[in-house]
Write a protein that binds this ligand. Structure first.
Ligand SMILES: Nc1nc2c(c(=O)[nH]1)N[C@@H](CN(C=O)c1ccc(C(=O)N[C@@H](CCC(=O)O)C(=O)O)cc1)CN2
Length: 284
């Protein structure tokens, strides 16, 4: 068997075309979405992600407000900038690129929840727990959107998530167990005994542990959908959590790069546009 490709790059392109129409509709009503970013330090990976986000915005007509701070930036300086972006009417949504090396809970908590494009503000994560509408974290929504667009059944599926981080594993488990998704979810982590047995029982595997080639072909049920949200670097190249041989067993596989990463960007753009649409509706 050779797995079908869950093509995140192609899906990002399709979503951009859809969003460009919504941005044009906003422009007709005198509104323009604006994405703010705060980048601290000079990590090349983080810089690449922020550059990519602004390039995506430019392509669909979203304005960019970019603040790049040196690695010496203090907690107070970053939080002051967050305050400025909260108050800036041209900035409809923004994020502080992680990691910053600072107190990220305090930074996230300082963001206006209505402008929280990452869906990681405690109020927005609380809304997810309570099943209320709020901006949602981009990587988990990107994973679900990718499965939907390729018509991989989620309802009733057993999903095994490897990783319990705040940006991917934990919110994804909450989202997949909503009535609208109706999956049964197992979350595995570094304390899990016999990871292979858990993973082998999954219809859908999502690996977000940041451990190169952690999931090997012998751990995957033939025909399962496998999504790779892991990012590590081996010899300067991106290495995902899924070993390449998994392609010979899985029914569906998201490449890495080219799978979950571009979907994260697609959902970020979606959150920017939705924040501007919400603001306009509140003013009408
Ligand atoms: N504030 C946030 N910080 C971080 C998040 C986040 O969601 N919010 N997630 C990650 C990084 N990330 C988004 O910011 C991200 C990761 C990967 C990609 C992507 O498109 N990757 C490409 C390959 C990139 C390369 O060649 O280096 C791919 O997978 O094809 C976009 C965004 C941590 N920080």
């Amino acid at each position: 068997m050779v797995a079908n490709v869950l093509d995140g790059a192609a899906t990002l392109a399709a979503i951009k075309s859809e969003l460009a129409v919504r941005v044009a509709a906003l422009a007709e009503r005198g509104a323009r979405p604006g994405l703010g970013t705060v980048l601290v330090g000079d990590d090349p990976g983080s810089r690449w992600y922020v550059n990519a986000k602004h390039k995506d915005c430019a392509e669909i007509g979203v304005a960019s407000i970019r603040h790049d701070l040196p690695a010496t930036a203090t907690q107070d300086e970053v939080e002051a900038l967050v305050g400025e972006l909260n108050a800036d009417p041209a900035c409809t949504a923004f994020l502080v690129q992680q990691p910053t090396g600072l107190d990220e809970f305090a930074i996230l908590s300082a963001v206006d929840p209505a402008k929280d494009v990452d869906g990681l503000h405690p109020v927005n994560l609380g809304a997810l727990v309570l099943g209320r509408r709020a901006p949602l974290p981009c990587t988990p929504t990107g994973i679900i959107e990718l499965l939907r667009r390729y018509e991989v059944p989620i309802a009733g599926a057993h999903v095994v998530i490897v990783g319990r981080g705040i940006t991917v594993g934990r919110p994804l488990a909450l989202m997949l167990t909503r009535r609208s998704e109706n999956a049964t979810v197992t979350v595995c982590h570094t304390g899990t005994r016999d990871l292979a047995t858990h993973v082998r029982s999954a219809d859908i595997v999502v690996a977000a542990a940041g451990s190169a080639s952690l999931v090997t072909a012998d751990m995957v049920k033939p025909g399962a959908a496998v999504l790779d949200a892991g990012v590590s670097r081996v010899d300067g190249k991106i290495a995902g959590d899924i070993a390449p041989e998994v392609a010979e067993v899985a029914g569906w596989l998201s490449p890495n790069p080219g799978g979950v990463g571009p979907m994260t960007r697609a959902m970020l753009l979606t959150n920017v546009v939705e924040a501007a649409e919400r603001r306009l509706a509140e003013r009408a």
